[in-house]
Ligand binder design. Sequence first.
Ligand code: FNR
Length: 344
Amino acid sequence: MTIDSERKDQHVAFAEQQYQDMGQADFQKMRFVHHSLPEIAVADISLETKLAGFTMAEPFYINGMTGGSEKTKSINADLAAVAKLTGLAMASGSVSAALKDPSVSDSFAIIRKVNPNGLVFANIGAHHSLENAKRAVAILEANALQIHINAPQEMIMPEGDRDFTMWLRQIEEITAHVGVPVIVKEVGFGMSRETIRQLINVGVRTIDVSGKGGTNFAAIENARRTHIAYDDLENWGQSTLISLLEAQAFQQKAEIIASGGIKNPFDIVKALSLGAKAVGLSGQFLHMVLEDGPVKTAETVAAWKEQITTIMAMLGKTSVADLQQTDVIFQRDIIDWCDMRGLD
Ligand code: FNR
């Protein structure tokens, strides 16, 4: 097994181990104000959203995770089966491993094989060339490409990248020329408004803030280390809720996606009400397919759709866009963050 394949298996194992004591993405610090007259009919509620030029029947999807080994091939097959059964979009994990070693390409291509007509996103790191980005899209016959930015993970990973000078330029080049829509995403450390502005300035139009509070790659890479522990860095980054507040000013210029620590329909609705056009879930879907298999996971997804509808009815909102007009309150430390950062 190559070091890449072994790492992919370790990521899955550690992420699943973490699942039980996953942190909080700060959504517990936000409450909706209840109003007693919803003035809408449930029959008028639509969960549809538009993202990167695609129409999605549901405002949530299976976010980037895995591929690159035999074990992760079967996880990708199960996740793709969930996507097929439910109509959810799905992203692969980083296709880097297959770009280096074509013998593992089928652990990614399986996603398209299982779900020929689904909405599929390929995924690569920001150090890759345009040429590699095109190869990644081709392997999955992907509809869009996720580019991940994960500097803390690379630094804590013993074999990680140590040169970040080209990332923004590579993102600009790939976004302009790869030929499919690009989503730039964090991997669970969240984003600042400065980062979001930099991405928009180089032409990125769809941004997944992927915040702290769920799968924790500082902790995962720390656990993979054999010497020099980085325990102090395991709390690095902005929560998903804070990241969405950092993104507020850019909603007209870019589509914002929420991910990081989102586990249930209530968190999904809260993220949408803070301006997310869609919500990505990784650790939660990994846990469900490992624990329950694809068929039961698809049943859970169907239940979630009903629960999202229920919450929208209680809020008196009939569309994802309308959810942005809800009345919300935040705990004091969230307001302090906004005050200190000069956010509205
Ligand atoms: C990830 N994530 C990820 N992201 C990415 O862009 N490329 C990748 O290859 C991976 N690999 C990966 C493996 C595993 C096992 C997990 C659980 C996650 C990060 C993921 O897309 C997301 O940003 C974070 O996991 C935060 O979301 P959750 O897991 O808290 O919902």
